[in-house]
Design a protein. Structure first.
Length: 367
């Protein structure tokens, strides 16, 4: 808009959406870190209290998208009054970075589950504040309908003409195993409120997030037609084909179970749902015995998955008692901007240089 705010879209290669966004994030991070260092230096200078208070307010809120913008707007009004100072000139030149930006990776299931999974996993493992939204069609849609690691048991696709023999990759479980990744399974046609809640929670979460969205596709061969895709999403959830859930790591700090199962128990209509899509129904015409075997196998897999998710949602979070001394020992240390020679963005291995050697972290950033 006229103030320079709004979505910015860029396309990357099919196989590197996560790396592409991660690169933009790192560039933006480096510039904001420079800005934070300059603001920290300005706080040590002899400026009026009102101006220094505005600087500190922004520094304290720089990771909050709403408050950082409010504080940044206040600073933009004050900076011109002190622009004879070279330090203030440098801060003013970076004023476009006052507001915290949001970074999203958009990928299909072929990329997220398969060909670009390495990059997706690297972004999640980094601990960075990057969001990933996967449009899961359960098949390589853009390249002609080839089977992917997201394709479920029994589904017909290219390279799986007699039905896929292996189970769908559980990307959500893999992401949740990190413990610090926000994860959600959503379907707009089944529960729009849960979808919006998941997106809002992922956006506000200060860390990586992964949202997997059920996405009806022309390759599914929906017998009712693509015009009924929202209804098809509802049936997928009701039958237990696509469960709805959220995993919010922030709930652990409140002593609550971080896993929330948002969908109800399957209503027993899975076979009816499968019969309504050509990707499953066609197998009954070409390989009827194999179709019966794979459909039964898929139903067993999804019944077991529901029981597993239900048990996960009902479990009580174990209470761990930590002494004040131990808590202080593992607590992250807050260091003023510009004072620490090592990267302190996160505690993961690729962000830890050796302080005594003044080494940068593996991706080239220094403190």
């Amino acid at each position: 808009n006229q103030d320079g705010f709004g979505p910015t879209w860029a396309n990357s290669l099919f196989e590197d959406p996560a790396e592409f966004t991660y690169g933009m994030f790192l560039g933006h991070f480096q510039q904001r870190r420079r800005l934070a260092d300059l603001v920290g230096q300005a706080l040590e200078e002899d400026f009026p209290h009102k101006f220094k208070s505005a600087l500190k307010n922004w520094l304290d809120a720089m990771k909050d998208p709403v408050v950082s913008r409010t504080c940044g707007d206040q600073l933009k009004l004050l900076l011109p009054h002190f622009n004879e100072n070279r330090l203030i000139q440098d801060i003013e030149s970076l004023s476009r970075l006052f507001t915290k930006k949001s970074f999203w990776v958009f990928a299909g299931d072929g990329a997220a589950y398969d060909i670009a999974f390495g990059g997706i996993d690297h972004v999640m493992a980094s601990g960075e504040d990057i969001n990933i939204l996967v449009f899961d069609t359960e098949v390589y849609s853009n390249t002609g309908g080839q089977s992917s690691k997201s394709t479920p048991t029994g589904s017909v696709a290219k390279f799986a003409a007699s039905g896929k023999k292996t189970a769908k990759k559980d990307l959500g479980a893999m992401a949740m195993s990190y413990g610090y990744v926000y994860v959600a399974n959503v379907a707009m046609g089944a529960n729009r409120q849960q979808l919006v809640k998941a997106i809002c929670e992922a956006e506000s979460y200060d860390g990586p997030s992964l949202i997997m969205a059920y996405s009806p596709c022309i390759n599914h061969g929906i017998k009712k037609g693509m015009g009924r895709s929202q209804e098809e999403s509802r049936l997928a959830v009701a039958s237990g084909y696509w469960p709805l859930y959220r995993y919010n790591p922030l709930l652990k700090a409140e002593g609550k179970n971080p896993f929330i199962l948002d969908s109800k128990e399957p209503d027993g209509s899975l076979q009816e749902f499968l019969a309504g899509e050509v990707r499953y129904a066609s197998l009954k015409q070409t390989f009827p015995e194999e179709a019966a075997r794979l459909d039964a196998l898929l139903e067993t897999e999804y019944q077991q998955r529901y029981l597993k998710l239900k048990a996960l949602a009902e479990q009580e979070l174990p209470q761990v008692t930590v002494s004040p001394e131990d808590a202080a020992a593992v607590a992250p240390q807050k260091t003023p901007p510009g004072k620490d020679p090592s990267c302190t963005l996160s505690g993961t291995a690729e962000h830890a240089g050796r302080k005594d050697q003044g080494e940068p972290c593996d991706d080239g950033r220094t403190g």
